[in-house]
Design a binder for this molecule. Structure first.
Ligand code: BTN
Length: 242
């Protein structure tokens, strides 16, 4: 995949979306920015990253032709590829917090923002945005954030790491295309944070409840069991307290 580097942009996801809309390139692309001025996170949040210290990049996958109801395959494929690449760096206790945060222990080291373009009930183009904390050492106001450096004490070369991640994600996408969503989920569950453990959740109303994570459904809902009854939650419907 061709990798394009820019010094600064508002958000690599937004930039790639413009490229995709204007049909400037017709191939899959990776866009990496030294600095984002308006990095975007999930649930409408921002993504803050010290310029030049971390990886902030997006991948544009074209002509996926994936049934829209299998969209969670993309989350699972990306999270697993990222997790498996990071395992090779020696970072310990890695897991995926639903839907696709990468944690080491209780600390978040990477976030993923996937934005799809649908046509006739199918995902046509997909933009996979990844923010990975690499060499940043302090995260003011973000007590749960960590980086590869803060966890290992080592500095990482951003270009080599990016190359590894892009190759791993591409390979993972190729592999997952022909796999059943059920099998993809099974693998995802083996790395799912707090699966089978009683956890605290927060509803949009601010109310909280405790339940046990049983897994993720094919539609990507978090399956939580409370008093023997299982319920599925969409991302905006529940937040895990950890
Ligand atoms: C999250 O955990 O909330 C998702 C964060 C995703 C951040 C990345 S950084 C590169 C790409 N461009 C963006 O604006 N967001 C994603």
């Amino acid at each position: 995949m061709r990798i394009i580097k820019v010094n600064a942009t508002d958000s690599t996801n937004t930039f790639l979306r413009e490229i995709q809309r204007k049909n400037i390139f017709f191939e899959n692309l990776c866009l990496v920015a030294y600095k984002q001025t308006k990095g975007r996170g999930q649930r409408g949040a921002g993504w803050i990253s010290e310029p030049g210290k971390n990886l902030t990049f997006s991948l544009l996958f074209r002509n996926m032709e994936l049934p829209a109801n299998e969209h969670f395959k993309l989350n699972a494929a990306t999270s697993l590829a990222l997790l498996e690449s990071l395992q090779k760096t020696g970072i310990k206790d890695l897991s995926v917090k639903w839907p696709n945060d990468i944690l080491s222990g209780n600390s978040k080291i990477a976030g993923i923002l996937i934005e799809n373009n649908l046509k006739n009930g199918k995902i046509k183009d997909s933009i996979i945005g990844i923010g990975l904390n690499v060499n940043q050492e302090n995260f003011p106001g973000l007590p749960k954030a960590a980086s590869l450096k803060s966890l290992s004490g080592k500095d990482f070369d951003l270009d080599s790491l990016l190359k590894i991640l892009v190759e791993e994600i591409e390979a993972s996408f190729e592999g997952f295309k022909n796999q059943k969503i059920k099998d993809v989920l099974e693998k995802y569950h083996t790395h799912l944070f707090r699966i089978g453990k009683v956890s605290e959740f927060e509803l949009p109303s601010g109310e909280s409840f405790s339940g046990t994570i049983r897994g993720v459904s094919m539609e990507g809902k978090l399956r939580v069991e409370q008093d023997g009854v299982e319920e599925g939650f969409l991302m905006k419907e529940v937040k895990l307290r950890y």
